[in-house]
Design a binder for this molecule. Structure first.
Ligand SMILES: [Fe+2]
Length: 482
């Protein structure tokens, strides 16, 4: 082994914050070697790369809802500052739960107000719906280093869980390399929730909430092999993930765990009108800009073949792919021209292999398992929907039958989207202001949501949701499918 590739040792020393007389416990880690993508800050290959060592330490049998102090070091070197974190409650039904939810956060753009709130103990947990550092791999991983160093102001204090966005796909030669390496700790969560993946997994906050997170890149960028042999790119991934999600949601006992959140990067419903990427980036990523010509976008998409057969991509003008065809793919799967989203089709026409046999649309699962919320990013604007399912809208947050969609994107770095025409599902939306979501689950039936300014924490939108029918909704859907 090359000497520079030798794995370093790491240690975490920890003890109960309020028992300094106790003997600190020392846990040593497992280490993973990780070599960056070999690209500079402009995403150009340089033929040099930097080895990094990722340390993962598993602390077991920690008391719930308890503060611990700790410090870390690598290879017998200097200790870090003394830090502290608080564990999740073992049964949140009595205590309630406070969640920080973000998406689309760049290096240098962690929302300052969220950092300040986390320092005061405002949140129990931080969930991130994809796109980190823009990008973790760039400049030989230094953007990723900066992002996680800055994120430690929050993630050193409370649990942090993330799912990948399109900026984690890293398409040079190894998909999701930086994401999988830097967030390899999530393999533990993946194993615990039977997904076996750090890209889609779930967990419970007992007594109150089940969170299932997925990787929507497989829908938004199918990347299948146009030679027709399938099982390349990400197309094979859709069926695996869908099957896991169905089993996962089916396993939730809504009497014990009333609330169910789904998290993914790409929205199912949104009304963005385009992204101002600047002329340089527009040239590189024409499919992301609604202001490029249809022929430019179509040329880009032809890289993946004619994935969206008969879709409006070629004809769309002045309107984002992500809020039309892309969102429809996530909601309904591949339609093959079948208008009714509940009608299954034997072959969806996207690639081959496991895209066959079903549409793989996620709204069927949202309905069947009475998911309460879908949190997303990707569109760098904030949008709150009315309860919406299969295009139907209920304009009430009192015992809704449909899920609420929150696009919490625009958390600080790239607040550069335009608003498109308002949609029938739109309850509130805001562009060009960095912001993040704060969710307070009070008990089994009552929840408060607030969208806050990234700069100063000012509440820019809020609503309360009452749901007294979790069990009934889940049971009704089960009955319907017998
Ligand atoms: Fe994105």
């Amino acid at each position: 082994m090359n000497p520079e590739c030798k794995l370093a040792d790491g240690e975490v020393e920890w003890l109960l914050s309020h028992h300094p007389a106790d003997k600190p416990q020392l846990v040593r880690n497992t280490s993973h070697l990780y070599v960056d993508h070999d690209v500079d800050a402009n995403d150009d290959v340089t033929n040099t790369s930097t080895p990094r060592v990722i340390h993962i330490v598993r602390l077991e049998s920690l008391a719930p809802a308890t503060s611990f102090s700790y410090r870390v070091r690598s290879n017998g070197g200097a200790w870090s500052d003394q830090l502290s974190f608080r564990t999740l409650p073992s049964f949140a039904a009595a205590s309630g739960l406070s969640l920080l939810i973000t998406a689309d956060v760049g290096a240098g753009s962690i929302p300052p107000a969220a950092v300040a709130e986390a320092a005061t103990g405002e949140y129990d947990m931080h969930l991130h719906a994809g796109d980190m550092a823009y990008d973790m791999s760039l400049n030989h991983g230094k953007y990723g280093d900066q992002f996680f160093n800055e994120l430690s102001a929050i993630a050193s204090r409370i649990p942090f869980q993330a799912w990948p966005g399109n900026h984690e796909t890293d398409d040079h030669f190894c998909d999701f390399l930086s994401f999988r390496a830097r967030l390899a700790n999530q393999n533990l969560t993946g194993d615990a929730s039977k997904s076996g993946s750090s890209r889609y997994y779930s967990f419970d906050i007992p007594g109150l909430l089940h969170v299932a997170g997925i990787d929507t890149d497989a829908y938004a960028e199918p990347d299948y092999d146009t030679s027709g042999n399938g099982n390349s790119g990400q197309s094979f991934f859709v069926a695996e993930q869908y099957s896991w999600l169905e089993n996962d949601l089916a396993s939730v006992n809504r009497t014990h765990t009333p609330w169910v959140f789904l998290i993914g990067h790409h929205p199912m419903y949104c009304s963005a009108g385009g992204e101002d990427l600047g002329s340089g980036r527009r040239q590189n990523f024409p499919e992301l800009s609604c202001r490029t010509t249809a022929s430019e976008r179509q040329a880009r998409w032809q890289r993946w073949g004619d994935v969206f057969q008969g879709s409006s991509e070629g004809a769309a003008t002045g309107w984002c792919y992500d809020c039309t065809t892309g969102a429809q793919m996530i909601r309904e799967g591949c339609t093959n021209g079948t208008a009714d989203p509940k009608t299954e089709i034997p072959s969806c026409g996207v690639g081959t292999g496991s895209w066959k046999g079903k549409r793989w649309g996620l709204e069927t699962l949202m309905e069947k398992y009475a998911v309460d919320f879908y949190f997303t990013g990707h569109m760098h604007m904030y949008e709150r929907s009315w309860p919406t399912l299969f295009g139907q809208v209920q304009k009430t947050y009192h015992n809704p039958s449909f899920p609420v969609h929150i696009n919490t994107g625009n958390s600080g770095s790239q607040n550069n989207f335009f608003l498109g025409p308002e949609a029938n599902f739109t309850a509130f939306r805001l562009a060009r202001v960095g912001c993040y979501s704060s969710v307070q689950i009070h008990n089994a039936t009552h929840l408060s949501f607030a969208q806050k300014s990234a700069a100063n924490g000012t509440v820019i939108d809020k609503f309360d949701l009452v749901q007294e029918r979790h069990q009934q909704l889940a049971r009704e859907k089960e009955t319907f499918t017998v």
